[in-house]
Structures are given as C-alpha cells and as structure tokens.
Design a protein around this ligand. Structure first.
Ligand code: ADP
Ligand code: MG
Length: 397
C-alpha cells in the first residue's frame, strides 16, 4: 500500500482541507481531554510552515444530519488555538457561501475551523454533492483522521476523490505502524488477543491466524477456547455457543502454521471484585463454583518467552480482568515485558483498543510501545484485514 504524505505536496499558498478527529470530551463548554487535538497539531503546524492554509473538517458527536447546537465545534476554538499556537477562525457551515467567504477572508498564518460535517445528512451517506461543496473550498485534501477512516463518509471518502489527496502526520504514523506490524512485518510476529468475548473478535482472530506466527489468546475469550477442548471452566465468563467457532479457529491456525498459546494455569476467584480471595490452579482445574479472572504465572512466563523470541508484537485485549486487582497481574507482566523488549530495540510493539490502551497505561508500559493506536473501531477493522475506505482512497483504491 502506498499513499502520499504532506511531503509529496506543494503546499505554498494552497488551501488544504484537513479532515481531523477532534471528537474530544467537553464539559460546560470546556475541553476536558485535549489528546486528540494535540495529536493533529504537527499536521496543522507543517501546513502553516510550508505556507499553506489549513481548513479543518471534522465531525462531532452524532447529530444525524441535523443542526444540533450542542454538537457545534465552535467551543473547541480556544483549545485548538492553544495547541496550534495560531489564531483559529470558525465558520458555522462546512460548505456554501458563508464557508467560501470565511476561506477568502482568512489571514496568512491562521487556521479555519468549519462546522460539524455531520450537520449535513449527506456526510454519512458519502454524498458526492456535499463532497463537491467542500472540495470547492480547497486545493488539496489531507486526511489526518485514521479513526474515522473505516467509514465511507463525504469528508473521508468522496472528497478524497475530488482533490489531490494525502495523509496527514497522524494518519501517516498510524499507517506506518500498522504496516510494520501486519503488512510487511519482521518475523516472528506474535499477536496477543484478549478481552471479554470471542464473538466480538471473530473476524480479527480469523485474520490473525493467517498472518502471525504465534497467537496468544487471553482474557475471558480464552475460556471459550478451553471449553472447546472439553475443559470445564466453572462459572467463568464463557460463550458456550461459540465453542464450535473456537475449534474452527484452532483448525485454521494449525493449517496456517500459526502456533496458539492458551493459558496453562489460571487465577480463579468466587467473586468478580477487587481483592477477591483467589488461587492459582491448572487451566483444566477450575472449581465448579469459581471463575477464571486472569492467566497464571506459568502462562505469563510462556508468553514472555514467546515475546523474547519475536520481532513484532500486535496486541488487542487484556489478558485478564485488569480493572480489578490483583487480576491485572498477567496483563501488567506481559505489557512490561513487551515494553522492556521494545526499549532494548528487539521488538516492534503495536497495540490498540479502548480497554487495551487503558490497561497498558495502568501497567506503565504504554510510553515504551512503538505505537499505541487510539483509533478504536478503525484499528480493529484494520486488524480484521478489512480495507478502510478512507485509507483505500488515499492509495488510489
Ligand atoms: P478492547 O477494548 O481493548 O478491545 P475488550 O473490550 O475486548 O478490549 O475487553 C476488555 C474487557 O475484557 C475488560 O473489561 C476485562 O475486564 C474483560 N476481561 C478480560 N479477561 C476477563 C475474564 N477472565 N473474565 C471476565 N472479563 C474479562
Ligand atoms: Mg472494550
């Protein structure tokens, strides 16, 4: 896959329509977490430095094609100005005469923020007419919203077909990290997949077994795999109706030469709560009245050994019920091992998923990972092997 970046574009004097994800939490008109805003600052900064004119397009919330004042982007202006260290002008529409006038009036060195693209019903319908209205405002299209790239919307897909298009810095970093983990990875590649359920990650597991050398299955979904092997998992979270599917995934893995690593020992408790009395038992010895809440130390050692022999790691889903101590132990240990190997330069580590990012942060391991994706749904669809419309269109797809 290839795509253009800002480095391939002549930006001087050009109006650059930049699709960003600034869906930040706002309380009483104040941005409470500006992470997403800070992450697009390099793109805006590089466009300004090259003499270009950044015009931001973004969605906010789910107004469903109607003007919902509570979902206006205007309250974000001060946070954007602080992050960009540049003046930001706001226009109450993302196309039409008012937007055109705002573009024409823009002073050099400043940024224009256009109103929520989802105020128009055409946005989520990938409407070419809405896209044409937006395209009329710019010379170049730059997509910096990887997290919105799994959706074919007017501002992520149709618009990219109408102007010379490139990836912004954040999109570029995300694509490079993902390509290095699953596109053309250095082998051996190990995937760690955990979390609650097999049913939410079926396609992901099915895709990974064909691409990686080792698949570590942890978390609640491992229970379903244990049950598929005829092992009793007591009162554990387990999708008994998915055991057939779990067996199919195991067969597919062995056909593809992917080694599966399931827990060989587990931490069990009678209550799902922090500090619950617990014991470590063999994976096939869960008492009938107990539930498996974490992988045991022997499993952690096996996972660490696989990581130590790997060159690339892709991780989604915690290894246990990490929110309640001490059932975060396996997740913490594996995360810290991956962080240590990454620091030492022997492992490329990429992780994503809402709870996964929270778990890696809790383990104090996130900062050492090569790349942490905050893209949520887009990251998971990419792990499932799906083409993301907003990325495909940048690659001439
Ligand atoms: P992500 O958001 O990173 O994709 P998931 O949502 O799939 O991850 O999974 C995270 C959830 O899985 C957490 O809430 C965690 O408590 C739960 N979980 C992990 N292991 C177990 C287990 N053994 N029993 C019950 N819940 C578990
Ligand atoms: Mg989750």
């Amino acid at each position: 896959m290839t795509w253009k970046t800002l480095d391939d574009m002549d930006l001087s004097g050009k109006r650059v329509l930049v699709r960003v994800d600034i869906n930040v939490p706002v309380e009483d008109g104040q941005v409470t977490d500006d992470t997403r805003i800070r992450r697009i600052a390099p793109t805006v900064g590089d466009i300004l430095k090259a003499g270009g004119i950044p015009i931001l397009l973004a969605h906010f919330g789910r107004p469903k094609g109607q003007v919902v004042p509570a979902m206006s982007l205007q309250p974000l202006v001060p946070a954007l100005e602080a992050a960009f260290d540049a003046p930001v002008t706001f226009c109450a529409d993302c196309r039409g005469p008012a937007a055109q006038a705002a573009v024409d009036a823009l002073a050099a060195g400043s940024v224009l923020l256009l109103e929520n693209t989802r105020f128009h019903p055409g946005e989520e319908k990938n409407d070419p007419e809405l896209a044409a209205g937006m395209a009329a405002l710019g010379d170049i299209y730059c997509n910096d919203a990887f997290s919105a790239a799994h959706r074919a919307h007017a501002s992520t897909e149709a618009l990219a077909r109408l102007l010379p298009a490139c990836a912004g810095r954040l999109m570029q970093a995300e694509l490079e990290a993902l390509e290095s983990a699953l596109g053309k990875p250095q082998r051996p590649v190990v995937a760690v997949v955990g979390g609650a359920k097999v049913s939410t990650k079926l396609e992901l597991l099915g895709n990974l077994v064909t691409k990686v050398d080792h698949l570590v299955i942890g978390g609640g979904m491992a229970n379903t795999f244990l049950a598929a092997q005829g092992i009793s998992v007591g009162k554990s979270l387990c999708e008994h109706d998915m055991t057939g599917t779990a067996s199919e995934i195991l067969t597919k893995a062995s056909e593809a030469g992917c080694a599966i690593l399931l827990p060989s020992d587990v931490v069990v408790a009678r209550e799902f709560k922090a500090g619950a009395e617990n014991e470590t038992v063999a994976a096939d010895a869960c008492p009938d009245d107990a539930m498996i809440l974490d992988a045991g130390p022997e499993t952690v050692t096996r996972v660490s050994d696989v990581l130590a022999g790997a060159k690339t790691l892709i991780w989604n889903g915690p290894m246990g019920a990490f929110e309640i101590e001490p059932f975060d132990a396996a997740t913490n240990a594996a995360a810290r091992k991956a962080a240590e190997l990454t620091r030492a330069g022997s492992l490329i580590s990429v992780a994503g998923g809402g709870d996964t990012v929270a778990a890696l942060n809790k383990a104090g391991a996130a900062a050492d990972f090569t790349y942490i994706s905050t893209a949520g749904g887009a990251f998971l669809e990419w792990m499932e092997g799906k083409a993301l419309p907003g990325v495909a269109v940048l690659s001439g797809g």
